[in-house]
Design a protein around this ligand. Structure first.
Ligand SMILES: *[C@@H]1O[C@H](CO)[C@@H](O)[C@H](O)[C@H]1NC(C)=O
Ligand SMILES: *[C@@H]1O[C@H](CO)[C@@H](O)[C@H](O)[C@H]1NC(C)=O
Ligand SMILES: *[C@@H]1O[C@H](CO)[C@@H](O)[C@H](O)[C@H]1NC(C)=O
Ligand SMILES: *[C@@H]1O[C@H](CO)[C@@H](O)[C@H](O)[C@H]1NC(C)=O
Ligand SMILES: *[C@@H]1O[C@H](CO)[C@@H](O)[C@H](O)[C@H]1NC(C)=O
Ligand SMILES: *[C@@H]1O[C@H](CO)[C@@H](O)[C@H](O)[C@H]1NC(C)=O
Ligand SMILES: *[C@@H]1O[C@H](CO)[C@@H](O)[C@H](O)[C@H]1NC(C)=O
Ligand SMILES: *[C@@H]1O[C@H](CO)[C@@H](O)[C@H](O)[C@H]1NC(C)=O
Ligand SMILES: *[C@@H]1O[C@H](CO)[C@@H](O)[C@H](O)[C@H]1NC(C)=O
Ligand SMILES: *[C@@H]1O[C@H](CO)[C@@H](O)[C@H](O)[C@H]1NC(C)=O
Ligand SMILES: *[C@@H]1O[C@H](CO)[C@@H](O)[C@H](O)[C@H]1NC(C)=O
Ligand SMILES: *[C@@H]1O[C@H](CO)[C@@H](O)[C@H](O)[C@H]1NC(C)=O
Length: 445
């Protein structure tokens, strides 16, 4: 039976590499059937840009697993190396892989990672703080970094960040460095689809130095089971990247659902269901003096947003140094946010439907107005928002406050039918020319 099963696979694929079975279980359990690479079209919005094609793979490698929490990093690295340049790497659906060693996977080329089982990162917080990959920006670190050219990740499996130990440790010390679950670093062309991401220590995804990457059908969730919340668990943060699409996904988290960090350009985010988040955010930007942050050509379409602090959000640091918290401070950086559209959002229990601030991290508004942001905001459209806010700021449903009309222009807010629980639709407005003709500014600063 088993033999003919293997033969069938061998006949289907041009060549099959069998890594030595390393456990009895590996010998006895039938191997996963190779997944067909999914094809999720970029829709309904697209970038008007041709993404590179990804040739079919011609060999298959199965990643063995030790089981029982023993480190499988060497098995994973070995299988990937065997199948790099044209192969298909299968993580068996019956296996639970443990990763206890930081994996540098930036050498990938023309390879598919078919993750059907579960990959769990070890809970050794001392090891990871010393060895996770330092991505420098905002002290971000990652368990692994996946980069190179033409890489597809799929399979219906799960990546588990073992976050609970980190949530509890962070409650004791905010300066610990919590790894990001999935680091897409320097990837040119690829897709990540049909994957479940669970219990990330902080952000779920960092997409940096990457172009032409599509994320589709991802589920994100992982709440804390102790009194210590799972903080800063952004769904995606994009940085120094372009032509990125994030779509058709379900996110249950505790910070930005998606966040466009410095130098995020030409992106589409569509058909997301976000619950518990801080909204779809541009920023924070302008954090570092001497740096130029650009975020432009972003289209956010058809988002369902519930139990969140914000729907659409643009957060920029002021022109003077400020502190949001001990581990997050900045201000004075320059740059530009332009051509951003938020089109169609259904809100439920969201504190602010729309929030624009150029005073991020600074409580003293007088000081912000005295030192306007060095980062301009222009050509912003927010339209077709429905639903209700939470009672937090009732009667307000939005906050639109720049630090000077000279650094904020061409802001269009239209067809927003969002109401507060008491049926109001007020906005706090400040330093945006002409905004009072578009929304009900019931409070001004
Ligand atoms: C790639 O494989 C699919 C089936 O999985 C097949 O339909 C398609 O024709 C193949 N493409 C090429 C270029 O061989
Ligand atoms: C960490 O993982 C090890 C091995 O899986 C387990 O024995 C230990 O209890 C875990 N520690 C914590 C704090 O969860
Ligand atoms: C991105 O590329 C730049 C320039 O090569 C490099 O300095 C940086 O370390 C890379 N990674 C990130 C996360 O910025
Ligand atoms: C990194 O964290 C330290 C505190 O641990 C903070 O002082 C520093 O500003 C952070 N660096 C960046 C780049 O955010
Ligand atoms: C999304 O991924 C799951 C596996 O995680 C799969 O079962 C489901 O069929 C996928 N949905 C679509 C529309 O492809
Ligand atoms: C909007 O997104 C939802 C999933 O959140 C999806 O069911 C629906 O088809 C999408 N609408 C359009 C026009 O794509
Ligand atoms: C949203 O998340 C909260 C926990 O933060 C949960 O109680 C609630 O059931 C979720 N709602 C939906 C519709 O998934
Ligand atoms: C972002 O792009 C601008 C303009 O090209 C450049 O000056 C700046 O150094 C880039 N910043 C980062 C963090 O890569
Ligand atoms: C604005 O951004 C959208 C979405 O990315 C893009 O399609 C459009 O071409 C951009 N407009 C300009 C003038 O660059
Ligand atoms: C806010 O800043 C202004 C201008 O520097 C200063 O006069 C004022 O005392 C500050 N207010 C508070 C509450 O710190
Ligand atoms: C940033 O803005 C502040 C206050 O508006 C100004 O004093 C400073 O010169 C600006 N810095 C740069 C680099 O533009
Ligand atoms: C402002 O509020 C008034 C009274 O509640 C309402 O009639 C009007 O439609 C609102 N304007 C906008 C732009 O929402």
């Amino acid at each position: 039976m088993l033999v003919s099963f293997y033969l069938a696979i061998a006949l289907l694929e041009a060549s099959v590499v069998f890594a030595a079975p390393s456990s009895l279980e590996d010998l006895l359990s039938p191997r996963s059937v190779v997944s067909k690479r999914p094809s999720h079209p970029i829709a309904p919005k697209h970038l008007g840009h041709q993404f590179p094609t990804s040739p079919n793979r011609t060999k298959t490698c199965y990643v063995p697993s030790y089981g029982n929490g023993k480190d499988d990093s060497a098995n994973i690295l070995e299988s990937i190396k065997q199948c790099n340049n044209g192969g298909h790497v299968v993580f068996d659906r019956n296996n639970k892989y443990t990763v206890a060693t930081a994996l540098d996977l930036t050498f990938l080329k023309h390879v598919d990672l078919d993750i059907q089982g579960t990959i769990q990162f070890s809970n050794d917080t001392d090891y990871w703080q010393k060895n996770a990959f330092d991505q420098v920006f905002q002290n971000a670190t990652t368990f692994f970094q996946l980069g190179g050219e033409d890489v597809n990740v799929y399979g219906g499996g799960t990546l588990d960040g073992n976050g609970q130990v980190w949530y509890d440790l962070y409650a004791k010390d905010i300066y610990i460095l919590r790894p990001i679950l999935f680091g897409t670093i320097g990837l040119k062309g690829g897709s990540i689809a049909d994957i479940n991401m669970r219990y990330s220590p902080q952000w779920y995804n960092l997409v940096a130095n990457s172009t032409d990457v599509v994320f589709s059908n991802i589920t994100i969730s992982g709440a804390s089971s102790s009194a210590n919340p799972a903080k800063n668990t952004d769904g995606w943060d994009t940085y120094r990247s372009s032509n990125i699409v994030i779509q058709n996904s379900h996110i249950d988290n505790g910070d930005d659902c998606v966040s466009f960090k410095p130098n995020s350009t030409d992106m589409i985010v569509q058909n997301l269901y976000c619950n518990g988040s801080h909204g779809i955010s541009v920023g924070s930007l302008g954090q570092y003096i001497g740096e130029v942050d650009i975020v432009k050509n972003i289209y956010v379409y058809n988002i369902s947003m519930s139990d969140a602090s914000d729907g659409a959000r643009i957060k920029v640091w002021p022109g003077i140094s400020s502190a949001l918290s001990g581990d997050l401070q900045g201000g004075g950086g320059s740059g530009a946010v332009s051509n951003i559209t938020y089109d169609t959002m259904a809100l439920s229990n969201v504190d602010y439907a729309i929030e624009i601030t150029q005073c991020y991290g600074q409580k003293n508004l007088t000081l912000c107005n005295q030192f306007p942001s060095n980062l301009t905001i222009s050509d912003i459209t927010v339209k077709h928002f429905t639903g209700t806010t939470s009672k937090k700021y009732d009667p307000l449903v939005g906050y639109l406050v720049c630090s000077s009309p000279t650094v904020c222009s061409d802001i269009t807010i239209e067809d927003i039918t969002v109401k507060s629980p008491t049926g109001n639709n007020g906005y706090q407005c400040g330093s945006i020319s002409g905004i009072e003709t578009q929304v009900n500014c019931t409070k001004t600063t």
